[in-house]
Ligand binder design. Sequence first.
Ligand code: C5P
Length: 305
Amino acid sequence: MPIDNMFPENGPAGEAGLFELAPAKINLALHVTGQRADGYHLLESIVTFADRGDVLSFAAAEADDFIVSGRFAHFVPADAAEGDGNLVLQARDLLRRTLADRGIATTPVAIHLEKNLPVAAGIGGGSADAAATLRGLLRFWDANLLEPELIALCLFLGADVPMCLKGEALMARGIGEELATLPTLPSLPLVLGNPLIGVSTPDIFRRLLRKDNPSIGARDDDWVPFLKTLRNDLEPPARSLVREIDQISNMIGAEGAMLTRMSGSGATCFGIFPSLETAQKAVDSLNEQKPDWYFQAVQTIGTEP
Ligand code: C5P
């Protein structure tokens, strides 16, 4: 979906103003292909986005303000501390400094983040929020940056932020900054499942026993069989750390998924279903089995002509 279409009709709690959806990111496949001298891993990943996610609103204010609501609000920091502070505020401050360097004045802004996605979950979360903040504030301040400048800002905030800024079906390479649109990925009905056990991305990369993996190569037109031939290389180390990943993946599979896999560094697993109706039925059943976990039916963004 092009960025222009990512403005949800309703902001958090029906607020009026300027909104941005920060959609869940799903790695349909993730192959680790190498490692850079600075330790970052080189990846090839088929990435898509859900029609659901966090929602941000931006409104004029006397002074900067930031509030967080939603199911997972308690899990996010409300300050901008370097490293582990909220990525929304880090993105706001970084963009403001960058615009100031170019002589562009910015006004105070009240940001409301509705945190609907579980955190440290392998589905973007903070990265999607940071990207949505950049998109939203550029609109709010009526400013623009050249694409390479914007990508550099994104990378400063995290390796997954550039793909979240694009928000469309992509093949991602490098550490996630080389992005190519996938022109024929269909819209897929998915079930997302997370046991609400946070996973640290660096921990999973440290546990990765890296073999030199073949790259993803050419895609097929029949996407589900093609995706079945691929994998997520971060799944074995994540499964060894969080045993619930086995359980949640089996549970989603038992509900009739055509393919189950983990997204990102976990612990969220997804299952591809034949339709949104069957995905929603699966979620109802999964919620009965594990009421304290997170299950959500989503439809991913496709690029099929
Ligand atoms: O960039 P981000 O903050 O999301 O990455 C968190 C950590 O995950 C990095 O510091 C690095 O240890 C690891 N990582 C990696 N290769 C990537 C992305 C992340 O090794 N492509």
